[in-house]
Design a protein around this ligand. Structure first.
Ligand code: PMP
Length: 284
């Protein structure tokens, strides 16, 4: 694989980052994951805008322009022959060659790393046909989940807890209400109404969430952005999650309770089709 590190395209085994890099020592880093379908980038603009917001919120410098970012994405997709897959991008605050809680001076260049992941069958996913089984766990992450940082240890532990329980993923619960999934936004559907938590610092402002809610509104589906509990979702007709890497993923079970007939629901299935179709048309 060819990867990109701080201005250079290199074979992955030659790519190097300092051990003093604050991304490595302090999770002082933000990231984006953009999916590739048909060799094209899905919603690059949305990811670029969110990356800028994450950097601004953390007073981190932009490593390069949006146009340069697009060029790097495209070059890696082409070099690595990605037809269906992902482009991972990470920007860290870099390092001034030592470890310190205080941020290094403003002239310290940020580090930027990009690599591709080949995922044949991403769109026509068997997992989406089956639907996901979810467990719920307490949300003990920090209070700025709207910033897309690489602090992914707890979400990672959540996925492992789900796996151990024979499930696919976990939904996080804070003060009795679902925040989001470990790596996706969470929804249920009851009597034709799509319910999801409103945007705040408590959840990531999903690029896919924004697109799917727009497409749902265009399809005349009703949407309610409000807090909800696991019990309410368990009593729903269907449920789903959204993320840039799994699109719209139907949810068929929550804490052992099957939703509807235990297969992907019609609205989730339809939204997945609409999302894939429209995103592919707009891909660049
Ligand atoms: N919430 C969390 C915690 C996530 O990690 C992700 C995916 N990175 C999402 C939601 C979905 O966001 P997006 O649609 O932009 O991938």
């Amino acid at each position: 694989r060819t990867v990109y590190v701080n201005g250079e395209y290199l074979p992955e085994e030659d790519a190097k980052i300092s051990i003093f890099d604050r991304g490595f020592l302090m999770a002082d880093a933000v990231y984006e994951v953009t999916s590739v379908l048909d060799g094209k980038l899905i919603d690059f603009e949305g990811h670029a805008v969110r990356l800028k917001r994450s950097l601004d919120e953390l007073d981190m410098a932009e490593p390069c322009s949006k146009d340069e970012l697009l060029e790097i994405h495209r070059k890696l997709v082409e070099e690595n022959g990605i037809v269906e897959g992902l482009v991972y991008l990470q920007v860290t605050r870099g390092s001034d060659g030592d470890r310190d809680f205080v941020f290094p001076s403003d002239d310290t260049p940020p580090s930027i790393v990009l690599f591709t992941q080949n995922k044949p069958g991403l769109a026509d996913s068997p997992a989406a046909k089956k639907g996901a089984k979810i467990i719920s766990i307490e949300d003990i992450r920090w209070g700025r989940r709207d910033i897309k940082t690489v602090q992914l240890l707890y979400p990672s532990m959540g996925k492992m807890m789900a796996k151990k329980a024979g499930c696919d993923d976990a939904w996080l619960v804070e003060d009795g209400h679902v925040t989001e999934g470990t790596s996706n936004n969470a929804y249920f559907v009851k009597d034709g109404v799509i319910v999801t938590r409103p945007l705040s610092n408590d959840i990531l402002h999903g690029i896919t969430r924004k697109a799917v809610l727009r497409m749902a509104a265009e399809a005349q589906l009703k949407i309610e952005e409000r807090l909800f509990t696991i019990e309410e979702a368990q009593g729903a007709d269907e449920a789903f999650t959204t993320s840039a890497s799994a699109f719209v993923m139907p949810v068929v079970e929550i804490d052992g309770v099957a939703l509807g007939d235990g297969t992907p629901g019609p609205i989730a299935t339809r939204l997945r089709e609409i999302y894939l179709d429209e995103s592919l048309k707009a891909a660049i």
